[in-house]
Design a protein around this ligand. Structure first.
Ligand SMILES: CC(C)(COP(=O)(O)OP(=O)(O)OC[C@H]1O[C@@H](n2cnc3c(N)ncnc32)[C@H](O)[C@@H]1OP(=O)(O)O)[C@@H](O)C(=O)NCCC(=O)NCCS
Length: 175
């Protein structure tokens, strides 16, 4: 890898207000609009880490447990957790705030994967991530396991090669 960069160097924050054009018929934020914002903030974080053009390779499962209401202020924070060869895992945390009610809730957490590419769209090497805080270290350590899971699900890795997953599920243990 070319060089190393601290995880914090990719930290990106984006703030949006939920306006009528962002909502469904129940006056809550549309899931697709939220995913668009997540994609944008995560792409900026991946660009900051790699100083390259990046493309979205995958978005891990996102569940919508609670609605975000019209008028809420949505803050999206993204940071690269770990880089591999050309790919980077980005962690995104979303909070929704009802400012007049002084109520703030973390509504979503997700992992997106971006690939740094050259002008021809060919994957290109990216710097290694150096985690510093306890949270950054935990995210860094879990990233290999999550990478193997998503690559197996995408049929890009054979399940038998996913050694990190085997250790979680004790797949080597005798039945
Ligand atoms: C992502 C993309 C660049 C990968 O290209 P590729 O020719 O398959 O390249 P490779 O097989 O060498 O994989 C490159 C990296 O992508 C990663 N990758 C590919 N598919 C992935 C997936 N579904 N999930 C996570 N990572 C993935 C590989 O693990 C590899 O990572 P590494 O270099 O860190 O080991 C290519 O598939 C692409 O351009 N996709 C479209 C991207 C796009 O347009 N996104 C917007 C969606 S509308």
């Amino acid at each position: 890898m070319a060089k190393k960069k601290f995880a914090k160097e990719s930290a990106t924050t984006m703030t949006e207000m939920v306006l009528p054009n962002d909502t469904n018929t129940l006056n809550n934020l549309m899931g697709g609009r939220l995913m668009h914002w997540m994609d944008v903030v995560a792409a900026i974080a991946a660009q900051k880490h790699s100083n390259r053009i990046v493309v979205t390779a995958s978005a891990d499962s996102i569940s919508f447990k609670q609605p975000i209401a019209l008028g809420n202020v949505v803050t999206l924070e993204a940071k690269v957790t770990r880089a591999f060869n050309s790919s980077m895992e980005v962690f995104i945390e979303v909070t929704a705030e009802d400012i007049p009610a002084s109520k703030k809730t973390t509504t979503h957490r997700a992992f997106f994967t971006f690939v740094a590419v050259d002008q021809n769209g060919k994957p290109i090497e990216v710097p290694e991530v150096v985690p510093e805080t306890k949270e950054e270290i935990e995210l860094f350590e879990g990233a290999l396991r999550r990478r193997q899971l998503r690559l197996v699900l995408a049929k890009r890795m054979k399940p038998e090669d996913a050694v990190e997953l085997k250790s979680i599920f004790n797949m080597d243990m005798p039945q």
